[in-house]
Structure formats: structure tokens, C-alpha cells
Design a protein around this ligand. Structure first.
Ligand SMILES: [Zn+2]
Length: 135
């Protein structure tokens, strides 16, 4: 009981584990798996630095700075997630829709797939442009 109390006292006021920490640990595991085949000293050092940073973040008392790092990580992670989600959506809808970029404002447009030449009016910049759907 005394030992558990001491552990609880040690972790009080520390940042703990978040999504960025899980990402760092997964990255560490991947680098360790890569290192099984490559046996590189540089990869080992990088993996250990990543693991040390993950442990440092978990035990850190500077919660404001750790939350800033987590916010930056979330922002980057959401951009990457949106990129792959949009590619998946485009592939899944490619039979019924075709996707074009407006030449004036660079907006991504989802248009019904109809073979032939069409005049398209962009909903964002209200300008017309011609396009052709081949198949
Ligand atoms: Zn436009």
C-alpha cells in the first residue's frame, strides 16, 4: 500500500500519456523493427532519442508546453488524415462523380460524371470554365 501511494505521489502533477506520446512509441517500435534488418547504429540512436522524448513528455511537469506540442501534433495529424480521407472518398465516388480543380480559384469541384464537353460554373468564384469528361 505504501509503495502504491509513493507511485501515485510521483505521478501527481505530471503530464501523462497523450496521442502524440502514442505516436512516438509506435514510431519507436517501427524503427526497432527496421533496425532488426538494417542493424544500424544511427537508427538505434534515433529510436532511443524518440523513446527518451516520449518518456520525458510523460513525466514532464511543464503541462502548458506539452499541450502546445500536442496541439501542433493534432494539427499536422488532422491534415494528413484529411488528405488520405479525401483520396479514399475520390476513389469510392469515381464511378458517379469526376473531380476537377477550378482554374480561377483552385477550388476542388465534385461534378456528376457525364461524358462529353461541359461548361461548369464554379460555386465559389462564380466564373464559368469549359471542361471535358473523356469516360
Ligand atoms: Zn472557382
Amino acid at each position: 500500500m505504501n509503495f502504491m501511494y509513493r507511485i501515485a505521489q510521483f505521478f501527481q502533477g505530471r503530464y501523462g500519456i497523450d496521442k502524440f506520446c502514442y505516436f512516438l512509441l509506435i514510431l519507436y517500435c517501427l524503427l526497432c523493427m527496421v533496425n532488426i534488418f538494417t542493424r544500424s547504429v544511427i537508427v538505434t540512436i534515433i529510436a532511443l532519442l524518440i523513446a527518451a522524448f516520449a518518456v520525458y513528455r510523460t513525466l514532464s511537469r511543464n503541462i502548458v508546453q506539452r499541450q502546445k506540442e500536442a496541439r501542433v501534433f493534432d494539427k499536422i495529424f488532422n491534415h494528413i488524415k484529411y488528405f488520405f480521407t479525401s483520396i479514399r472518398t475520390r476513389i469510392m465516388q469515381s464511378k458517379t462523380y469526376c473531380f476537377h480543380t477550378c482554374p480561377h480559384c483552385k477550388a476542388r469541384l465534385r461534378l456528376p460524371r457525364k461524358k462529353g464537353k461541359h461548361t461548369v460554373s464554379c460555386p465559389r468564384c462564380k466564373q464559368d470554365f469549359k471542361m471535358r469528361v473523356w469516360f
